[in-house]
Structures are given as C-alpha cells and as structure tokens.
Design a protein around this ligand. Structure first.
Ligand code: SAH
Ligand code: DHB
Ligand code: MG
Length: 222
C-alpha cells in the first residue's frame, strides 16, 4: 500500500460519488494559478463535510483557515438560503483568491471572509455576543489548535460539531519526542479534548493523494 494506490482508490471513489462541478474544479485551478499550496481538503473530504453539515441541518458554520475557499464552498453549499458561513484567513493573498472563488460560486451572500490572525478574530467574536455556530471546521496553522479549540468552545452550544483537520500528520501525532510545533499543537489539542467531559470525540485516519492524515470529530454535549 502506497501513495499511488491511495491516490487511485480516492480517484475511483471521487469518480463514483463526488459530483465535482466546473465551479469546484475551477477553484482548484485558480488556486494553482495563484500559487497557493495544494493543501485543500480532497474532493471526497469536501463532500464528507457537506454531508455532515446537511445531516446536522447546520445554519451557522465557522471555518478557521480558508486558503482558496475550496472547503468553504463545499460547506456553504450545505446551507439554506438564510444560512451563514464565516471563514477566517490570515493571508491577504489567499483571501483575494478565495473572494473571487466565492463570487464565482455565487455564494457571497452567505459567506463572510474575515482577514486577520484567527486567534484575534475569534477573541473579537467571543466578546461580540455572536450567536453560537452549529459546525466549526478547524484547518489553519496546527500549532494554534489548542487556542482555536478553547475559543471555538466559547462560540459553540450543546450539539455543535467541531471537526479538526490534519491530526495524524503521517503518524507524527504519536511521536512523544517531537519538537515540531505543529505536531505539538495537535497533541496538546487532543489532550485537552480527551480531558473535557463535555466533549465526545473520535478520530478518523485518512489516506489519499495528500498522504496519511486524519481528522478529529468532537460533539459538544452540554
Ligand atoms: N480549509 C482549506 C485549507 C486551509 S489551509 C481547504 O481545505 O480548502 C490553511 C490556511 O490557514 C492557509 O490559507 C493559511 O494561510 C491559514 N492560516 C495559517 N495561520 C493562520 C492564522 N494564524 N490565522 C488565520 N489563518 C491562518
Ligand atoms: C497542510 C495543511 C492542511 O490544512 C492540510 O490539509 C494539509 C497540509 C500543511 O500545512 O502542510
Ligand atoms: Mg487541512
């Protein structure tokens, strides 16, 4: 089993199940043309996020880490017309590409993109009496995951689902001697989740063309 096999199998399922339309395909092309790193969720994962949001009948979604807006668009398409998705991005260059992609997808009326360090934006949201979010997708700089979790919990309610991407990092997550700050952020995040009795969590490992990774799903119980 290797990357070539994982890529082929992922492609097989994508062909069968994932109706990537021109808009979504163009998002990836626009990102590539703009020189953005190819670290968007895969099409299968985008669809997974969308099904999850539909299943929950999510009306308010928060995303931390926009890049070119690929996962953003998958998620926003699960929302009703009066839904709302707020996505946070620190890089103006990424935000510029994402804004165009969101416009091309016709989703400007339900997606708000906020540019700035996500920790700062989240702190502002916490003090602004914002209504809680139904679904929160954490997918930015992994070293800040503990802060993102802490602040996300303040923007959550009973029944909120938090999904955190890239928690396996090719197995790096179990390296107790790591000095990689991103892996350390993921490890600390996992410990905090595990110790919080209000959170019901599980981790799913994934393989695809981006390699071996995974995500943690957390249900806020009270
Ligand atoms: N969710 C996207 C991928 C996000 S990649 C998708 O699947 O399509 C991670 C993004 O987080 C990058 O665009 C990066 O610029 C952004 N990021 C990194 N550090 C950040 C920070 N401190 N605040 C906000 N965004 C940050
Ligand atoms: C990286 C970030 C991601 O969000 C991802 O899905 C894959 C890789 C990265 O920073 O390497
Ligand atoms: Mg990711």
């Amino acid at each position: 089993m290797n990357l070539e096999c994982w890529t082929s199998v992922d492609q097989y399922f994508t062909n069968l199940f994932v109706d990537e339309d021109d808009i979504l395909n163009n998002v990836l092309l626009n990102n590539e043309k703009a020189g953005l790193p190819p670290i968007d969720v895969s099409p299968s994962q985008g669809k997974y996020l969308q099904i999850t949001a539909k299943l929950m009948k999510a009306k308010r979604i928060l995303e931390i880490g926009t890049l070119g807006g690929y996962s953003t668009i998958w998620l926003a398409r699960a929302l009703p017309k009066d839904g709302y998705l707020l996505t946070l991005e620190s890089e103006e260059e990424h935000a510029k590409v994402a804004r165009n992609n969101i416009k091309d997808a016709g989703l400007e009326s339900i997606i708000e993109l906020s540019v700035g360090d996500a920790t700062d934006t989240l702190k502002e949201l916490c003090s602004s009496k914002e209504s809680p979010f139904d679904l929160i997708f954490i997918d930015a700089d992994k070293r800040s995951n503990p802060e993102y979790l802490e602040l996300s919990l303040k923007l959550a309610k009973k029944g909120t689902l938090i999904i955190c991407d890239n928690v396996v990092r090719n197995g790096g997550v179990i390296d107790v001697n790591t000095t990689n700050r991103d892996i350390m952020g993921i490890q600390k995040f996992n410990k905090i989740v595990s110790a919080n009795k209000n959170l019901d969590a599980t981790a799913i490992q994934t393989v695809d063309r981006k390699g071996y990774d995974g995500f943690v799903m957390i249900l806020v119980e009270s």
